[in-house]
Design a protein around this ligand. Structure first.
Ligand code: ZN
Length: 339
């Protein structure tokens, strides 16, 4: 990919044209096995209804002033790029897709075994798959991933997640795309992730530490941003018990902007427009958990809390564009010999 360009479902875009961007959403997150074998669980109302619903909801996102979303669904909760292509044909929105593996520890047995075989032969299966998704495209769609997602949970770096984070780092260096993570800020997980990425030679200015907005611990958040990394307050509307409320999330961003960190913050919802993880009974408890909540409610609240228009533009437009613009790949030699 050309340096500075951004791969989207509809082809490459200039990062300067992305507009207002939500950095962590999911359109379809559906197990490929369930979709194939138990479609009545994966798509209770049928797949066409899920596609139509996604089109309608994304149209409302566009109408609310959002131009680009980053869909960070990856292996492990499973992408459906052909459906995303069909959806995107009907709504004028840029969608950036991801590669990576979603797990807090070991990946699927298939990935684990293929990686063990590859390591015996001096290769790295994870890196090969991630790089192929970024360079060659996903399946037969030709859609290329524009970001790499990786995960640690409350237990932090585990035997399994270490190999995946290291592979994400190598693939990021070799392709120039950024990294975005799922982290547990209450376990200060972002710092541990960044330490591993730094050891693998990743430019930390190209890393987004996800779910950072779940905490109000300003010292932790500043420590993450002081490495050059960006924090994502990416669960607006999805205030799980024990995590920050909407008002607290807004206040944290306002405080950090006042302290000079406006250039290392992005926002999103972690919304899932259709997923077999959850059912309507669950999502009914989170009425604000919709990807229109940031543009319609959070942005006015941030303004009310004193965040300037320049800082809002930075958070919604400037920083996403900087992060998503493909960087020059770094030299190819791999330094992951111990994994
Ligand atoms: Zn997510």
């Amino acid at each position: 990919m050309t340096t500075g360009a951004v791969a989207t479902v509809r082809g490459d875009r200039s990062s300067a044209d992305l507009g207002r961007t939500l950095m962590h959403e999911h359109v379809f997150a559906v197990s490929a096995a369930l979709a194939n074998d138990r479609p009545e669980i994966a798509f209770p109302d049928g797949k066409q209804a899920a596609v139509d619903d996604a089109v309608a909801r994304l149209q409302r996102v566009k109408d609310a002033g959002i131009d680009t979303i980053v869909d960070v669904t990856v292996f492990g909760h499973d992408r459906d790029i052909p459906s995303l292509v069909r959806i995107n044909e009907r709504v004028d929105l840029n969608i950036v897709v991801a590669t990576g593996f979603y797990t807090e520890d070991v990946p699927s047995k298939t990935f684990e075994i293929r990686q063990a075989l590859a390591r015996q032969r001096g290769g790295n299966f994870f890196v090969d798959v991630f790089v192929a998704d970024i360079v060659d495209g996903i399946g037969t769609t030709g859609v290329r991933a524009g970001i790499i997602k990786c995960v640690t949970g409350a237990a932090g770096l585990t035997r399994g997640s270490k190999g995946l984070l290291r592979a994400a780092a190598i693939a990021a260096r070799e392709t120039g795309v950024p990294i975005t993570t799922h982290s547990d800020p209450h376990a200060r997980g972002g710092l541990e992730q960044l330490e591993l990425f730094a050891a693998e030679g990743v430019d930390l200015a190209r890393v987004v530490i996800g779910h950072s907005g779940d905490t109000t611990d300003l010292d932790y958040l500043k420590a993450v941003m002081d490495t050059g990394a960006t924090i994502a307050s990416d669960r607006f509307g999805y205030a799980l018990p024990g995590t920050a409320t909407t008002q607290e999330r807004v206040a944290v961003i306002a405080d950090l902007c006042n302290e000079g960190y406006a250039d290392r913050i992005v926002v999103s919802h972690d919304a899932m427009l259709h997923t077999d993880w959850l059912d309507d009974g669950y999502t009914a408890a989170f009425p604000d958990w919709d990807p229109t909540f940031v543009p319609t409610t959070v942005v006015p609240a941030l303004r009310e809390a004193g965040v300037s228009d320049a800082h809002l533009h930075q958070i919604l437009v400037g920083t996403p564009a900087r992060l998503l613009a493909c960087a020059t790949p770094l030299p190819k030699e791999r330094i992951d010999e111990q994994s």
